[in-house]
Design a binder for this molecule. Structure first.
Ligand code: G3P
Length: 496
C-alpha cells in the first residue's frame, strides 16, 4: 500500500520496483519480499526479490557508469548532489511516512531524519569540492640521500563501485552518509537497503534519480539476504563496502575480498556518572540517550555506571522522567514506539527475564504488547547478568552501581564493543583523564553519546567497527591516493 504523496512511479501493482540503469524495474524472479509494519504487525509494503543475475547486470552497468563519472568535473558532481539534497527536503513528508510505517520511527523524528540527510548531502558536496580539489606536491631532496630531481604530485582517485548497506534504524540517513561521499569522490554506488526501511530508501533513491545523475551510476537492489546478501558482499565487481548494522558485519568482514571496509556494528555505550556530576543534567541525558527511538540506536546509552553515593538520586530523577514518557504508535509521536520486529522484542524480553531471575531491581513494571515494550530502568544490575554486556536495542536500560571510577572504566573497557561513552562530572581534568582511559571511538563529556553533527568523525573500537566515518573521513576512505612522479634530468644537467 502506497502512502499519500508517495512516488507512484516506483510501484507496479502493489510491489515497489528496484532501481537499475536509470529505471524502475520489476525483478525477473516474479517474487517479492514483505515488509511488516512493526505497529500493526501486518504486511505494509512489498519490494522486489532480485536475483543474482540481476546483481551481475547491476555490477556491469555500474562499472561502465563509474568510468565516465570519474571524469565528470567535481563542481558538476557537487551540483547534482545539491539538487538531490533539495529534492530530499522537498519530499520529506512522503519519505518520513514510509519510516513511520516500516520502522515505527516517531513521525517528528522521521521528518528530522530526512532533513538531516539533505543537509548531509549538501555538506558532502561542499566538503568534496574542497578536499578532492587538493593534492600534494613532494620534492625528493627531503629524503636522505636524494637529489632534487624528482617531483611527486598526488591526487585522490575513486575506488570504483561502492556497496552501501545501511541499517533499519536510519535507512535514509545512513544510506546517504555512504552514497554522497562515494558519488562526490567519483565512485558509483550499489545500495542494498535493509528490508525494514527499504521503501523509504527507494523513495530517497528516486530523489537522486530526479536530480539527474547519469544512468547506471546509482542502483538500488532489494531482496532476500539468503539469495543476494553474500552474493553482493563477495561480488568481484565491488571495490569498497560501507556497512552499518549488527553482527552480520563481522561475517561480511571475514568473507569480503581485498577491498576497503567501513563498518559500524553497534555499541554498549557506557554512561559514567561521578559524585560531583550535575545530576539533573545526567538524568536528562540518560533518558534522552537511553530511550530516544526506543533505544534502537548504536549510540544509545546502553549501560549507566553511577557512583553509589549519587545512585539513589539519579535513579529517582530518571524514574520520574520515565513515568512521563508516552508509549504508543509512531503516528502519534509517542516517545516509545514498537521495536522493529517481533524477534527483536523477544530478544529484549529474554534479557529482561534473565535480569529478573538474577535479582535486578525493576524501577517500573515490565510491560509488553506485541512489539511495544514500555520503557524500563533496571537498577542493581550486576556483571553476571546478560544486560550488563549485551545490546538490547530496545527501551530497556541497566544501571550498575560502582564504588570507584576505575570500576566504571574497567566495565566499559571489558565490553566487546567500543563505540562511544560519556562521562558526567564538573571536573574537566577528571573528565579528560577518564576519556583518555576509556577505550571507545568517541567520549562525550556532559552529554549523551551521538553520531552527529554528521561531519564529526565516528568510529568504534573492537567489535564496534572498522575505519572512521563522518563526511570527510568517508570521502577519504572511498578514494585512493594516486602519485605521478616527474623525473627531471640529473643535477649535472645544465639548462643554458
Ligand atoms: O545507530 C547508529 C548510529 O549511527 C546512531 O546515530 O545520530 O542516533 O547518534 P545517532
Amino acid at each position: 500500500m502506497a502512502g499519500s504523496g508517495a512516488f507512484v512511479e516506483l510501484l507496479e501493482e502493489d510491489v515497489y520496483k528496484y532501481y537499475f540503469d536509470g529505471e524502475w524495474r520489476k525483478s525477473a524472479s516474479g517474487k517479492s519480499v514483505s515488509i511488516i509494519n512493526p505497529t500493526t504487525r501486518k504486511p505494509q509494503y512489498k519490494v522486489q526479490a532480485c536475483t543474482q543475475e540481476e546483481v551481475n547486470k547491476i555490477m556491469e552497468t555500474s562499472k561502465v557508469a563509474q568510468k565516465a563519472w570519474a571524469k565528470t568535473p567535481l563542481w558538476k558532481r557537487a551540483e547534482l548532489l545539491h539538487r538531490a539534497a533539495v529534492l530530499l527536503k522537498e519530499h520529506k513528508n512522503p519519505i518520513a511516512e514510509c519510516l513511520v510505517k516500516e520502522i515505527a520511527k516517531p513521525a517528528k523524528d522521521a521528518v528530522t531524519e530526512v532533513v538531516r540527510s539533505g543537509d548531509l548531502v549538501s555538506y558532502c558536496a561542499e566538503e568534496g569540492v574542497r578536499i578532492l580539489g587538493e593534492g600534494k606536491f613532494l620534492v625528493s631532496d627531503s629524503f636522505p640521500g636524494n637529489d632534487r630531481n624528482k617531483l611527486c604530485l598526488t591526487s585522490k582517485i575513486p575506488l570504483g563501485i561502492v556497496l552501501a548497506i545501511p541499517p533499519f534504524n536510519y535507512p535514509v540517513n545512513l544510506a546517504v552518509s555512504k552514497i554522497a561521499p562515494a558519488l562526490i569522490a567519483g565512485n558509483s554506488v550499489v545500495l542494498k537497503p535493509p528490508t525494514q526501511g527499504a521503501v523509504a530508501a527507494l523513495h530517497m533513491v528516486h530523489c537522486f534519480h530526479l536530480a539527474g545523475f547519469p544512468k547506471g551510476l546509482i542502483s538500488c537492489v532489494t531482496g532476500k539476504g539468503s539469495e543476494i546478501g553474500d552474493f553482493l558482499t563477495m561480488h568481484p565487481g565491488v571495490n569498497c563496502i560501507s556497512f552499518t548494522g549488527g553482527d552480520t558485519g563481522i561475517a561480511i568482514s571475514k568473507k569480503a575480498g581485498m577491498v576497503p571496509l567501513q563498518m559500524e556494528l553497534g555499541g554498549k555505550d557506557a554512561c559514567i556518572i561521578l559524585e560531583d556530576a550535575d545530576i539533573d543534567l545526567a538524568a536528562a541525558n540518560v533518558v534522552k540517550g537511553g530511550f530516544s527511538y526506543s533505544g534502537q540506536r548504536c549510540t544509545a546509552v546502553k549501560v549507566v555506571l553511577v557512583m553509589e553515593s549519587v545512585a539513589d538520586a539519579l535513579v529517582e530523577k530518571v524514574k520520574a522522567k520515565v513515568a512521563k514518557m508516552t508509549v504508543g504508535p509512531p503516528e502519534e509521536n509517542c516517545d516509545i514506539t514498537p521495536v522493529v520486529t517481533e524477534s527483536s522484542a523477544n530478544y529484549i524480553e529474554g534479557l529482561v527475564m534473565d535480569a529478573k531471575q538474577k535479582g535486578a531491581t525493576f524501577c517500573q513494571e515490565y510491560k509488553r504488547e506485541g512489539n511495544l515494550i514500555w520503557p524500563l530502568l533496571l537498577d542493581h544490575v550486576r556483571p553476571d547478568m546478560r544486560l550488563a554486556w549485551e545490546e538490547p536495542f530496545g527501551p530497556v536500560l541497566p544501571v550498575i552501581r560502582i564504588t570507584t571510577v576505575e570500576e566504571g572504566i574497567h566495565h566499559c573497557n571489558a565490553s566487546n564493543f567500543g563505540l562511544q561513552g560519556c562521562i558526567f562530572t564538573r571536573d574537566i581534568n577528571k573528565a579528560m583523564m577518564i576519556s583518555d582511559a576509556m577505550e571507545t571511538g568517541t567520549v562525550q563529556i556532559n552529554s549523551a553519546p551521538a553520531r552527529g553533527p554528521d561531519h564529526f568523525p565516528f568510529q568504534g573500537l573492537r567489535d564496534s567497527g572498522i575505519g572512521s566515518q563522518g563526511i570527510t573521513n568517508s570521502i577519504s576512505m572511498m578514494t585512493k591516493v594516486k602519485s605521478t612522479v616527474i623525473n627531471l634530468p640529473t643535477p649535472s644537467y645544465t639548462m643554458g
